[in-house]
Design a protein around this ligand. Sequence first.
Ligand code: CA
Ligand code: CA
Length: 146
Amino acid sequence: MSASEDFLSLTEEKEVVAAIGQAERNTSGEIRVHIEEHTEKPPLERAQEVFFQLEMEHTKQRNGVLFYIAALDHSFVILGDVGIDQVVPKDFWDKTKDLVLRHFKEGENKAGLIAGILEAGEQLKHYFPYDAATDVDELSNEISRG
Ligand code: CA
Ligand code: CA
C-alpha cells in the first residue's frame, strides 16, 4: 500500500469526498484535497504548485481551497485562493488547521479531514454563501493523489 493510501484508504476517501459535497452546500467556495507521499520543496510552495496543477484558480470568485498533505513528511497546508485572502482576516485558517492537526496527531486522518472540510464550509459561508439556484460544482470533489 502506498503512503498516500496508508494515510487515507480508498474506503475512507469516499467519506471525505462526501464531506466536501456537504461543505459545498454551505458555501460557493470549492474545496479539494491532495495527498502525496513526499516533497523536496517547502510545503507551502509545493501546495501553491499543486493548486495551479489542479487548475484550482478556475473559479468565478477565486475561492478555491486546497488541503495539501505530504504523508511521509507529516506536512499539512490549507491554501485558499486570492478571492478568499482579500476578504478574510489573516488568521482565518488557523482554527481549521488546528482542528485537523489535533486529529492527525491521534492518527485520526479521516476524521481530521472531514472535521476540517466541514469547518472550512462553515467559516467560508460567512463570506461566500451558497446559492442553490446558481451554484455550480466548479472543481471536482474527488481527492487527488500524487
Ligand atoms: Ca460550488
Ligand atoms: Ca467541488
